[in-house]
Design a protein around this ligand. Structure first.
Ligand code: F6R
Length: 364
């Protein structure tokens, strides 16, 4: 049932504050401000290396998690798409942790990668939305997302719920590694608890986002730029746009522009820059200015502070609430999803059932 929404995708985008809150409730203990994960039958503090494997949007959640695991737990992370991981003879030392992320829990390549990692002596952690799925059954450490059934083929609420679980796992990992003071943990729990409200504020920008759709819909190509954890968000934005609007879109690490993609820039290629104010902001803005200097039309997604500092000369800007960097990926996912959605609606494509795509990819 779509309720009063036109598409399942729209409904699922709008459900995110609720389902992220629901997911966080099972991983955060507010009484003593601690993250609380199911206790695995192995010692998390002994894990020396993590291998993250997933496909598509779930892979981008894994990419964000790599930044977090390295930053908070100082644990080295290997990251790969399942279809590559399986065939590249990856080196997995005994006692490593392999982490699989999947909405459906049935994606053939991810499941095969899981079995391969188990055979290589890895502990298996799974972040999955379907609790009865194959991946859920085969996990040593099962970390469910509580997004509820996701019907729209383009993944939205599963992604933000994955991020919520992965942030909690990163904090838990950091604590196990002796790298998190109770004060730091309390702060992390506090930031995560703010995510649903901030996502609501992002949703409140829907009209402004819809107003951007006519700027994007006529384009043949669209670029998305981001840095740090906004880089996977840029990739996710491009994936959402291409899969439901059929516009060619690519995401790049902002700093990579001048190593090639900037050759594509002209006034016909909109460039969506995802850049919350913060330590990486200046760097991303200088990449954005390189684009503008070549006639590129920029849509800057930031907060008031960022737009104040760098919004001039942009084709359009979109102001989100100013949030802690830990929850920014969850909050910035919202405009990126809504933009793809409105462009697709404007183009009249089948938003919930885009051509050539299946909800669960059970072939390799
Ligand atoms: C994109 C999308 C796909 C899935 C991918 C993995 O919107 O839905 O890229 O993310 O097929 O699926 P799961 O997460 O079920 O393993």
């Amino acid at each position: 049932d779509k309720g009063n929404h036109r598409h399942f995708m729209q409904k699922e985008i709008y459900e995110q504050p609720i389902v992220v809150a629901q997911t966080l409730r099972s991983y955060l203990r507010r009484i003593d401000d601690q993250v609380s994960l199911p206790v695995p039958d192995f010692d998390l503090s002994a894990i020396r290396r993590v291998t993250i494997v997933a496909c598509g949007t779930s892979f981008y959640a894994g990419m964000v998690a790599k930044y977090w695991f390295e930053q908070f737990a100082r644990v080295p992370v290997d990251l790969d798409v399942a279809s590559e991981f399986r065939y590249r003879a990856p080196v997995m030392e005994d006692g490593g942790l392999a982490l699989f992320i999947s909405q459906s829990g049935e994606t053939a390549d991810t499941l095969a990668a899981l079995r391969h990692a188990r055979a290589e002596g890895q502990k298996i952690a799974v972040v999955v939305n379907v609790p009865t799925s194959s991946m859920a059954r085969e996990a040593d450490l099962l970390l469910p997302t509580h997004a509820g059934p996701e019907i729209g083929v383009a993944s939205t609420k599963a992604f933000t719920c994955q991020l919520a679980v992965l942030a909690a796992l990163a904090a838990n990992f950091a604590r196990a590694k002796g790298r998190l003071t109770p004060e730091d943990e309390k702060a992390i729990v506090g930031h995560l608890a703010e995510a649903p409200a901030a996502m609501n504020q992002a949703l409140a920008q829907d009209e402004a986002i819809q107003a951007l759709a006519p700027l994007i819909a006529p384009a043949r190509d669209v670029l998305y730029l981001g840095r740090g954890t906004d880089y996977p968000l840029a990739l996710e934005g491009a994936l959402k746009l291409k899969e439901i609007s059929y516009i060619h879109a690519e995401g790049y690490a902002a700093g990579e522009m001048k190593h090639g993609p900037i050759a594509l820039i002209d006034e016909a290629v909109p460039v969506i820059v995802i850049a919350p104010s913060g330590p990486l902001f200046e760097k991303t803005v200088s990449n954005m200015q390189e684009v503008q200097a070549r006639g590129g039309k920029v849509v800057l997604i930031s907060d008031e502070e960022g737009i104040e500092a760098a919004g001039e000369g942009c084709l359009a800007t979109l102001a989100l609430p100013k949030v802690h960097p830990l929850i920014a990926p969850m909050v910035y996912a919202v405009p990126v999803q809504l933009l793809a959605y409105h462009v697709a609606v404007l183009k009249g494509t089948d938003v919930d059932q885009p051509r050539n795509l299946a909800k669960s990819v059970t072939v390799e």
